[in-house]
Design a protein around this ligand. Structure first.
Ligand code: BGC
Length: 776
């Protein structure tokens, strides 16, 4: 029976009536009692009832995500939606356009099925927060959840009901540009961040008002791309998959994430989007995931490019067979599934099984009740002052103080120490660099408080601030996104050598005129993120030369980094007194940088990636295995003959304007039976005269077993705020989850009798040590 969209309510009533008649007729009802009202249908029942009305073509349509932006030459998104041949539309971000598209779906398509509107709301929609790598550096899951709650509210107010986030790929190679989108190198921290983000995006459960459907991505192993080259193959043995690369995905699923995106690359020679082991054996069979899977953009069609599928039909078959519910913008499902059904390679019942979770998600999101947004209410959501306040707090909390010799920072803002400060560098006044790749794709980097602006506002008339950009920076190879229709980010135009020289000289002259210098160096938005691999991690353009020329003036110099990944700052680490990693600090970044530079906020962020000396050290991570050489032997450090093997800065590292002491490590037992927990406690004290945050971190090492275990593994952390002189006892539990690992020789999850080392402290080199033994 066909009813127009506005009759959804009537349809629901008829459903209840039918349910009542059917259920009522079979249930024995005593005369004296009035019949119990029929329970309202579950979303699954509603989805099932709708599925029964759909033609094969319409069902396949639900499995198709239209993406005109990505597919020039394909039928228009509108036409597909009108014919019921698209279940979702990709990459429309303007609220009016979204409403128009939903109207076509709801009022003009035969079954009036609303659309999933998907966009990469990775770290904000209107208010742009620091990206996930920076948010992980806060080590504060509660803050991460708050941030993504705001991102969800803003996105939903604009009509986006589905975000392609969280991105939870473990990244142990800074050459890979997408490191910025995830939480870094560690599975334990990655799992905590994944959970927090899912809760932020989806709310208490999928369908909570002002929230969106989350999509954990990219399943799996994308961050291990060979050589850090984006989209390149990953080769990961099972133990790395289970112990390192899978845990954040599992955590997202346990937190109830409603959808998952398959990755682009080959995993162990089988492209992730056609990988039955990943999408069926692990995801559905082992983890019982009951949401839906969307491919990455064009990844279904790309199975042919990989040399995995014979042709498009085979590509559609392989992705379908592996369990991809929705084809993002390659149109392979739309074009090929009808024939596959006709020739009997797949059945309509199999199609039903893939369509159902998509419909369930739409029902849960409440789209059948209301697919539209009220544009007049959107601005009030965007302009909520609490959001910018939170963005400023998030940026402050994410910054990592890498060096502060002679306590150069915080700078005096009164004007008594410096009457003038030069702010210099290509990203000192760049909104796009501050909001990064995804933030810039949506907002073009507008409405950003840049570092120059933030510093000027902070010091007012006390200090003269002079700004010089210096030579522009560009990628040496063009970004493929430069040419993408709809992209709002573009590279700077090429600067002639003469103009670059003039800009360089002007910057040095500016520094010379001032009492102190803040150099703001790093990466422009398109230099980090997708398709932005970097072989050497060098500071782009003439930034290194400029830094050296300015340092040679002999003034106090602070280096602020705006970037999406560790860069080669080995020279700066030796010659510049103070270095602050500010990441891509978002809309409020300039204010937050100024807060930290001038001491209105005390930095407390800690690295969630090991910082290499240069690109040649990558991949580099703290949780490596032992070799036959004792770790304490100085010769173990000489794996390279040209430089030390140690990183420039270790995982978990970050300074503060105050000092902390971590002491009194206590384990509540020396021996524990397999399955028992061990309690760990430690005292942390602020030894200084100003308030600050310390991230207390717990690492373990299993000394022997059925496999070699990493030299250290993070198994607990807590960010603690302490006033001057204040101290606190922090408690951790090392239980089943922390002591279990997947053994490649036993081929199962296992807790083994062994001696375990425990270290607690301020980073992954912590020396406060204890141990306990697990016995049978
Ligand atoms: C990226 C995904 C993203 C998708 C849609 C792809 O190129 O790999 O992370 O969600 O585009 O924008």
């Amino acid at each position: 029976m066909q009813l127009p969209a506005r009759c959804n309510g009537i349809r629901l009533l008829l459903f209840y009536l039918l349910a009542f008649i059917v259920l009522g007729a079979t249930a024995p009802v005593s005369r004296a009692q009035s019949p119990a009202p029929a329970a309202p249908p579950t979303t699954e029942q509603r989805a099932d009832a709708l599925l029964k009305q759909m033609t094969l073509e319409e069902k396949i349509g639900q499995l198709n995500q239209a993406g005109g932006t990505f597919a020039p030459g394909a039928p228009s998104d509108e036409e597909l939606v009108r014919k019921g041949l698209a279940g979702s539309v990709l990459w429309i971000s303007e609220p009016a356009a979204i409403n128009r598209m939903q109207k076509i779906a709801v009022e003009q398509s035969r079954l009036h099925i609303p659309l999933l509107i998907g966009l990469d709301v990775i770290h904000g929609y209107h208010t742009i927060f620091p990206p996930p790598l920076a948010m992980a550096a806060t080590w504060d899951p509660t803050l991460v959840e708050r941030v993504q709650t705001i991102a969800a509210r803003e996105a939903r107010a604009a009509g986006i009901n589905w975000t392609f986030a969280p991105m939870v790929d473990i990244a142990r190679d800074a050459r890979w540009g997408r490191m910025v989108e995830g939480a870094g190198e560690d599975p334990f921290l990655g799992a905590a961040m994944a959970k927090a983000q899912v809760r932020g995006f989806q709310g208490v459960e999928l369908g909570a008002s002002n929230h969106v459907l989350a999509c954990v991505k990219h399943f799996a192993g994308y961050g291990a791309a060979d050589g850090g080259r984006d989209y390149d193959s990953s080769y990961l043995p099972d133990d790395l998959l289970w112990n390192v690369y899978f845990p954040p995905f599992k955590a997202a699923i346990d937190a109830g994430v409603g959808s998952l995106m398959s990755a682009y690359m080959d995993l162990n020679d089988v492209p992730a989007t056609g990988n039955y082991f990943l999408l069926h054996d692990v995801l559905r069979e082992t983890w019982k995931f009951n949401g839906f899977v969307v491919s990455d953009a064009m990844a279904v069609g790309n199975l042919e490019m990989h040399g995995y599928a014979r042709d498009r039909e085979d590509a559609a078959y392989k992705a379908f067979h592996a369990g991809v519910n929705m084809d993002m913008a390659s149109y392979s499902y739309l074009n090929e599934l009808p024939r596959l059904v006709k020739v009997g390679r797949i059945t309509e019942a199999q199609i039903d099984a893939l369509v159902l979770p998509l419909l369930v998600a739409k029902f849960k999101l409440g789209l059948f009740e209301n697919a539209y947004i009220d544009e007049s209410k959107m601005l009030a959501v965007f302009n909520d002052p609490a959001s910018s306040k939170c963005a400023r707090e998030a940026a402050q909390s994410s910054m990592v103080l890498l060096k502060n010799d002679g306590q150069l920072l915080p700078l005096d803002k009164s004007g008594k120490t410096y009457s003038s400060i030069a702010v210099i560098g290509p990203v000192a006044d760049s909104g796009a660099a501050q909001v990064g790749f995804w933030g810039g794709m949506i907002t073009a980097g507008k409405d950003v408080v840049t570092v120059v602006q933030g510093v000027r506002q902070k010091v007012g008339s006390n200090i003269r601030i002079e700004y010089a950009k210096g030579p522009v920076i560009r990628r040496e190879m063009q970004s493929k996104f430069d040419a993408l229709p709809g992209n709002k980010l573009h590279e700077e135009p090429v600067q002639s050598p003469a103009n670059a020289k003039a800009a360089f000289e002007q910057a040095v002259a500016t520094a010379k005129r001032c009492d102190a210098v803040v150099m703001v160096l790093g990466e422009e938005a398109l230099m980090a993120g997708e398709a932005a691999s970097n072989s050497a991690l060098r500071l782009a353009g003439l930034q290194q030369q400029l830094l050296e020329a300015v340092a040679a003036l002999g003034k106090p110099v602070v280096l602020v980094l705006i970037n999406g990944r560790p860069l080669n700052i080995s020279w700066a680490a030796e010659h510049i007194a103070a270095i602050l990693e500010a990441w891509e600090p978002g809309n409020q970044g300039g204010n937050a940088v100024a807060d930290v530079l001038f001491g209105d906020a005390n930095p407390g962020g800690k690295l969630t990636v090991t910082w290499p000396r240069n690109g040649g050290q990558e991949p580099l991570y703290y949780a490596h295995n032992l070799t036959f050489e004792p770790e304490t032997d100085p010769n173990t450090k000489s794996k390279y003959q040209d430089q030390p093997i140690s990183p420039l800065y270790p995982f978990g590292y970050g300074l503060s304007y105050t000092k902390f002491a971590v002491s009194n490590l206590q384990l509540n037992k020396a021996k524990a039976k397999v399955g028992e927990s061990v309690g760990v406690s430690v005292d942390v004290q602020n030894m200084g005269t100003i308030a600050g945050d310390e991230v207390v971190q717990v690492y373990i090492h299993q000394q022997s077993g059925s496999a070699s275990r990493p030299v250290r593994q993070l198994k607990g952390f807590e960010r603690v705020s302490l006033g001057p002189g204040e101290s606190k006892t922090v408690h951790f539990t090392l239980g089943k989850d922390e002591l279990t690992y997947w053994s490649p020789s036993e081929w199962k999850w296992i807790i083994e009798p062994a001696v375990f080392d425990v270290w607690v402290g301020e980073d992954s080199t912590a020396s406060l040590h204890g141990s306990f033994e697990v016995t049978r």
